[in-house]
Write a protein that binds this ligand. Structure first.
Ligand code: ATP
Length: 532
C-alpha cells in the first residue's frame, strides 16, 4: 500500500515550483515574539483585554484551545489509558477547608517576598538569590573555561575563579537559610552580595515577608471565618482525599496511580513571564501509591518515563535536564524537576516528587478516618508512600511553542515563520485551499474537506494568494495544505504541500486521508513515549 502511495507521488509533478529552505534559523525566538505570535494567530489572548487585562491570567483562542486539548490527550492517553494500573478522577476545585490545613498549605504555602523601596517593585527573595547564584557560577565557569580548568577539581576551581567561589559560598549560605526558614538571613545575603533592583538599580530593600499564595473566598451567604474556603492551589489533594474511594471502586492493587487534569490557582507575587507563571492555570498530575521502602525505585522509574514522554516530541535532548531540589518541601524525601530551556533560560517544567506517606497520614490525622491499604501479599495494613509527577499544562504549552516557533530564511531570501509542532499536536491537521474562488474549485474543495473530517480539524480558506495562505498555515503549524486547481476537476488529483520541507507533490484525492491520517496520528507519539 505504501509503495502505491510513493508511486503516485513520483508519477505526478507539482504544479508549483518547489521552494527549498536553507536550514539557517534566523534568530533565537524570544519570549516577546512568542507572546505576539500567540495573540496574532489566535492561540492566547490576555484575559479581559478590553478592560486592560487582568495580571497573569490568559484566555486560549481557537487554535490555542485545540493545541491545549491535544497536549492533554497526549498526557492522558500515555499516563492513564495506557497503564492498566492508573485510573483518572475529576475532583472539584472547592474542597473542605481542613484539607488545606492537613496538607500544610494554610501554614506554609507561601513565598518570601521583598520590595525595592525606590522602584516599589516586588520580588521573590528566593528567586533573587537563586538568580544571583546562577549568574556567579556561570561567570565563573566561563572564566574557568578560558583557563582550561573546566575539568579541574572543585578546590582548584575555587582558587582560580573568584566568581565561582562566591557562587558556591552563596549557594551554601542560601541552602542553610532555606533549611532554617531564616528569612532575615535572606535579606542579609541579598545585601551582602549586592543584589540590586533591575528597575531602580538600588539596594534599598524592605524586610522579607512571607506571603500565602492561596486565594480564598466565602462559601454560602454568611461571611464568617469558618466559611472561608480556598481555590485549590494544586490538584493533588483531590486525589489524596479520594484515595480509598478510588482504590476500592476501581479494585486497584498497590502499586497503582490516580491521575487528574484540572485547574489550580496561586496568587503569585511575581507573575510576568506570560503563561510560564499564571494565577489561574491547569495541572496534569499523577500520584502513584507504592509500598513503603520501594519509593526510591519508583521515583527513578517515573523520572525516566516522564523524560521519555518529553523526548518523544522530538525535542533535542540538550534542551531538557533534571534539576535536583536543594531544599526539599516539608512532605518530600526526594524531589527533582525536569527543566526545559525556555527563551527565559532553563526553568522547571515538571516536578517529580517522592511525597512519602505525608499527605495520606495527615488526612488520616485531621479527618479521623483510616486511609490505609491492606497488602494481602504482606498480610499487613499500611499507609502507602507516594510518587508524584506534576506538570503545568500551560507551561507545557509554552514549551511546545518555544520549541516549535522558528523564523527561517528561504533560498530566495524570503523569510517565513513556521510552527513545526509535532503533527499529532497541530491545531489544524489539514487545510484545503481552492487555487481561485471560481470555476467550481471552491465546491470541489468543500467536497474534499468533507471526506477529511475523521483525520482531525480541517480548515478551508479561499481568500488571498496561495502563497499567503500557505504562510498562514505554516504560522499555526498545519502539517499539510491541499490545493485544488483546474486539473483537479479533470483527473481528481491535488497538490499536497508539507509544512516543514515545503515539498509539493501531486496525489490522488483518494490518497489524502491515508497520507495525512498516518502523519497526524497521536499513536505515533504514544508509541515513542511508551517504547521500552
Ligand atoms: P515554581 O517553582 O515554578 O513556582 P512549583 O515548584 O511551585 O513551581 P509545583 O507546585 O511543583 O510547582 O507544581 C507543579 C507544576 O505546575 C510545575 O512544574 C509547573 O509546571 C506548574 N506550575 C506551578 N505553578 C504554576 C504557575 N503559577 N503557572 C503555571 N504553571 C505552574
Amino acid at each position: 500500500m505504501i509503495s502505491g502511495i510513493i508511486g503516485f507521488l513520483v508519477k505526478y509533478n507539482s504544479i508549483f515550483p518547489k521552494s527549498k529552505i536553507s536550514l539557517r534559523i534566523m534568530a533565537e525566538i524570544d519570549l516577546q515574539k512568542i507572546v505576539s505570535h500567540c495573540k496574532e494567530y489566535g492561540f492566547i489572548f490576555p484575559s479581559s483585554e478590553i478592560y486592560d487585562n487582568l495580571g497573569a491570567v490568559y484566555d486560549y483562542g481557537p487554535f490555542g484551545v485545540e493545541l491545549k486539548n491535544q497536549i492533554k490527550e497526549y498526557w492522558w492517553k500515555s499516563m492513564v489509558q495506557m497503564h492498566e494500573n492508573i485510573v483518572g478522577i475529576d475532583a472539584a476545585i472547592f474542597m473542605h477547608p481542613t484539607t488545606w490545613k492537613a496538607s500544610g498549605h494554610v501554614d506554609s504555602f507561601s513565598d518570601p517576598l521583598i520590595d525595592n523601596k525606590d522602584s516599589k517593585k516586588r520580588y521573590r527573595a528566593d528567586v533573587l538569590l537563586e538568580e544571583k547564584i546562577d549568574k556567579l557560577k556561570e561567570k565563573g565557569e566561563k572564566e574557568l573555561a578560558k583557563k582550561n580548568l573546566s575539568q579541574a577539581s572543585e578546590e582548584e576551581k575555587v582558587k582560580a575563579s573568584r566568581d565561582y567561589a562566591k557562587g558556591l559560598a552563596l549557594e551554601e549560605a542560601y541552602k542553610q537559610a532555606a533549611e532554617a526558614a531564616d528569612f532575615k538571613r535572606y535579606k542579609e545575603l541579598i545585601e551582602e552580595y549586592e543584589i540590586v533592583c533591575e528597575v531602580s538599580g538600588s539596594k534599598n530593600w524592605t524586610d522579607v515577608r512571607q506571603f500565602n499564595l492561596m486565594f480564598n473566598t466565602q462559601l454560602g451567604s454568611v461571611s464568617e471565618e469558618s466559611n472561608t474556603i480556598y481555590l485549590r492551589p494544586e490538584t493533588a489533594q483531590g486525589i489524596f482525599v479520594n484515595f480509598l474511594n478510588v482504590q476500592k471502586t476501581a479494585r486497584m492493587k498497590i502499586p497503582f496511580g490516580i491521575a487528574q487534569i484540572g485547574k489550580a490557582f496561586r496568587n503569585e507575587i511575581v507573575a510576568r513571564q506570560f503563561i510560564f507563571r499564571m494565577r489561574e492555570f491547569e495541572q496534569m498530575e499523577m500520584q502513584f501509591f507504592v509500598r513503603p521502602g520501594t519509593q526510591k525505585e519508583w521515583f527513578d522509574k517515573w523520572k525516566q518515563t516522564r523524560l521519555k514522554w518529553h523526548l518523544a516530541l522530538g525535542t533535542s535532548p540538550e534542551k531538557l535536564r533534571f534539576h535536583v531540589h536543594e531544599k526539599l518541601a516539608h512532605y518530600a524525601d526526594a524531589a527533582e524537576d525536569i527543566q526545559f530551556r525556555f527563551p527565559i533560560g532553563f526553568k522547571e517544567l515538571e516536578g517529580i516528587h517522592s511525597r512519602t506517606d505525608f499527605d495520606l497520614s495527615e488526612h488520616q490525622k485531621y479527618s479521623g478516618k483510616k486511609l490505609q491499604y491492606f497488602d494481602s501479599e504482606l498480610n499487613q495494613n499500611y499507609v502507602p508512600y507516594v510518587i508524584e509527577t506534576s506538570i503545568g499544562l500551560d507551561r507545557m504549552f509554552l514549551r511546545v511553542m518555544s520549541d516549535a516557533l522558528k523564523e527561517e530564511t528561504l533560498e530566495n531570501g524570503e523569510t517565513r515563520t513556521v510552527l513545526n509542532i509535532p503533527p499529532a499536536l497541530a491545531p489544524i491537521k489539514v487545510a484545503v485551499l481552492p487555487l481561485v474562488k471560481k470555476d467550481g474549485l471552491p465546491e470541489k474543495a468543500r467536497e474534499i474537506i468533507n471526506t477529511l473530517k475523521f483525520v482531525g480539524r480541517t480548515f478551508y480558506e479561499e481568500k488571498d494568494s496561495i502563497g499567503k495562505r500557505y504562510r498562514r498555515m505554516d504560522a499555526i503549524g498545519t502539517p499539510y495544505c491541499i490545493t485544488v486547481d483546474h486539473q483537479t476537476l479533470e483527473d481528481n488529483t491535488v497538490t499536497i504541500r508539507e509544512r516543514d520541507t515545503m515539498q509539493q507533490d501531486r496525489i490522488a484525492i483518494s490518497e489524502i486521508e491515508k497520507i495525512v491520517g498516518s502523519k497526524v496520528d497521536m499513536n505515533n507519539l504514544l508509541r515513542k513515549a511508551l517504547e521500552h
